[in-house]
Design a protein around this ligand. Structure first.
Ligand SMILES: [Mn+2]
Length: 321
């Protein structure tokens, strides 16, 4: 942690980033870190102040837009790529390549700090701070800020709380430890309103999102011998409902909720024809299965992108189970 501060002090231009198709944990951890760095920056003499930006390849999910500084998150396509950063913080990203096009901002001499909790993390970067047991990168960021004696205000607390909710399925998965509850309790103490965050982050669903869930729930299949629940959503269905990628968030969790399921597999076709896979399990190592397609994640939750046909992906997964 001392080295993280040292790198911050040395750097002039800093970028915070996270994985493509960002989720609540990326945004929560990223915004909390971004705010902490900005707070540190504001204490410096004017001429010593740094440039700090939060840049992602893809648009942040709408249901995180209630978080403070959400509007300061920038999209890679709007960035001048000649811009030189000397320090990059990568949060919630198991693999360096998963930051997508943002990696073009890395130049000779750009230091990389990897802060993450994915099972598949390979400790890339000049400094890697990876805790594979912790619930979320947001919980990890909380610990880092605490350890460094940096202030955590309500807005940062809300971001962290959102990230924890995202990765623990509202405190329902096995990755919730007593420390996760302790962090939640400390956040509650500084004034984080859990009811408000649940409402904003979980309960407000667009019509498109409910329609996509309806489609998935009407069309899933169950492979009894392997206890696999599966659905594929072609791109045309997204077009029919005017839905975007984030409108099918929650589909894979709903698949897993079928009482007989051991493994849930959700495949969706992207506009470029590639297949994006998400897996959830009740214990079977789906990180390993996803790695067969060049993806990864956690033991019970993983993802991948592939140019294989959906039927082919399904066949491979069934064979691996
Ligand atoms: Mn995460």
């Amino acid at each position: 942690m001392k080295r993280i501060l040292e790198e911050f002090e040395k750097a002039k231009r800093i970028v915070v980033t996270a994985h493509v198709n960002p989720d609540g944990d990326c945004i929560g951890a990223g915004l909390a870190l971004f705010s902490a760095l900005n707070n540190l920056n504001s204490k410096l003499e004017k001429e010593e102040r740094k440039v700090i930006r939060f840049i992602l390849q893809d648009t942040a999910p709408k249901n995180t837009s209630f978080l403070e500084h959400f509007l300061l998150i920038e999209k890679y396509e709007n960035i001048d790529t000649k811009y030189d950063f000397d320090l990059m913080f990568i949060v919630d990203c198991g693999d360096f390549d998963r930051i997508g096009e943002v990696k073009n901002l890395v130049k000779d001499g750009t230091k990389i700090i990897n802060i993450d909790h994915h099972e598949s993390n390979n400790n890339y970067g000049d400094i890697s701070y990876v805790d594979k047991k912790i619930s979320s990168t947001s919980e990890l960021i909380f610990n880092i800020l605490k350890e460094l004696n940096l202030e955590i205000n309500i807005e940062m607390g809300e971001a962290i709380y959102t990230g924890i909710l995202n990765d623990t399925g509202n405190f329902s998965y096995t990755n919730v430890s007593k420390d996760t509850f302790r962090v939640a309790s400390e956040l509650r103490e500084i004034g984080v309103n859990n009811e408000k965050i649940i409402k904003e982050f979980y309960d407000k669903k667009t019509k498109e999102r409910l329609r996509m869930l309806g489609y998935a729930m009407s069309n899933f299949e169950f492979y009894e011998d392997k206890k696999l629940t599966y659905v594929f959503i072609p791109h045309s269905v997204y077009e029919n409902y005017g839905a975007s990628r984030e409108d099918s968030e929650g589909v894979v969790e709903a698949l897993r909720s079928f009482e007989k399921t051991e493994v849930a597999l959700f495949l969706r076709e992207e506009s470029n024809g590639l297949i994006k896979g998400s897996m959830r399990s009740n214990g079977i190592d789906v990180n390993k299965i996803a790695s067969n397609f060049g993806g990864g994640g956690h033991i019970k939750a993983s993802g991948f992108t592939t140019d294989k046909k959906p039927e082919e992906v399904l066949k491979i997964v069934l064979n691996l189970l």
